[in-house]
Design a binder for this molecule. Structure first.
Ligand code: SAH
Length: 355
């Protein structure tokens, strides 16, 4: 039985699913989930991410994290953790770049939070020299300063969608006619989740909420506020969610999110304001939301790119120049992707970011 048939049967028995429930089943169903049994990354997968485009991304992030560690007095033991590490490429680049930072590797214990058994195996192989440990929630981490990175993790967390209708909201739901899946709307209701959004939205506007992000950020920020450390959240999205950003990607192309559940990557843009406010409520400060291109330029990506270019020729050089452009140019990932820094109010701001 395909995941589509399973979901249609479930909808016929219990009624329509929220977009969040649909997303969870499609991405993480134990047998048919998109992430459960495949490696979706890279040119042969469905999408490519910044660390897979160039080593420069992880190197600069690594040095940014290490600088924060130095600024916070080089704590002797820290957790260096990543959420949704994919193939482990970003963490491997972070660790390679920070080998030169005296004492950093001795202090850092590596932790990974990863839902996919397939990707966990790939991470184990990529990071075999560093003995990482896998956790199932932030609360599993030892009570030490936490230096946390998440690239394209929050866009994979399930969202709910609500359409403004007068002073209330109608939830967008996934239903079925018995053959295919289709979108519908629930009945009009007040939503405590959206009580602040009646002032900045109009009738007919669609708003997305990612409830799953809150506990992750709250517990990470609580740890950072009490023990020290910092978090860097990199993703596509904006300061406040408005409009339908629920999308499916298959084979590097957009596809219909309801067409083949479990076979395409499903994501939504990240509401960075919601993340920043959760971190603030847990006692942390947050940086200004900064475009990825600006952040990487401030950290010196152009100098690093020139340095690497000096030992490259031909196709490898062309690919390297294109990768630099892809990561930073405003028409490529430079503007769409943003960086948010979370840090203790008493600590220095992470390099490359502004208050
Ligand atoms: N950060 C990587 C991979 C991004 S893809 C990179 O930049 O290349 C999203 C990652 O998050 C994958 O590793 C996926 O398996 C993981 N993931 C998605 N939902 C998750 C969840 N609910 N819990 C833990 N990991 C999750």
């Amino acid at each position: 039985m395909s995941l589509k048939d399973i979901l249609i049967a479930r909808i016929q028995q219990n009624g329509p699913l929220t977009v969040a429930d649909y997303m969870t089943e499609c991405l993480l169903h134990p047998k048919h989930g998109y992430y459960t049994n495949r490696d979706p990354l890279g040119s042969r997968g469905d999408f490519t991410t910044a660390p897979e485009i160039s080593q420069m991304f992880g190197e600069l992030i690594g040095l940014c994290i290490a600088q924060c560690w130095v600024d916070q007095g080089r704590p002797a033991q820290i957790c260096l953790a990543e959420l949704g590490p994919g193939r482990g490429t970003l963490m491997a680049d972070i660790l390679r770049a920070t080998r030169q930072v005296p004492g950093f590797h001795d202090a850092a214990e590596i932790f990974l939070l990863e839902a996919s058994p397939t990707l966990r195996e790939i991470q184990r192989e990529t990071l075999r020299d560093y003995s990482p440990k896998w956790i199932s929630s932030i609360s599993d981490l030892p009570a030490l300063p936490l230096f946390l990175i998440a690239n394209e993790f929050f866009d994979a967390l399930p969202i709910r969608q609500f359409l403004r209708d007068g002073d209330g909201w109608r939830e967008r739901l996934v239903g079925s006619d018995g053959k295919s899946l289709n979108f519908g709307l629930g009945t009009r209701a007040a939503q405590t989740l959206l009580k602040d959004r009646l002032t900045d939205t109009n009738d007919g506007d669609l708003v997305e909420c990612c409830a799953a992000a809150v506990p992750v950020i709250s517990s990470a920020a609580e740890r950072i506020a009490t023990c020290g450390g910092m978090a860097l959240i990199v993703d596509y999205g904006d300061w406040r969610a408005l409009g339908d950003t629920f999308q499916a990607l298959r084979d590097h192309k957009h596809s219909d999110p309801l067409e083949e559940p479990g076979k395409a990557d499903l994501t939504a843009h990240v509401d960075f304001e919601a993340i920043a406010r959760s971190a603030q409520s847990a006692g942390c400060s947050f940086s200004r939301l900064t475009p990825q291109g600006v952040y990487l330029e401030r950290l010196g990506i152009t100098a690093r790119a020139q340095n690497l270019a000096s030992s490259l020729q031909g196709q490898a050089l062309e690919a390297h120049i294109l990768a630099h452009r892809r990561l930073t140019h405003p028409n490529e990932m430079g503007n769409l992707f943003k960086v948010l820094g979370i840090y203790p109010p008493s600590a220095a701001l992470p390099p490359g970011l502004e208050p």
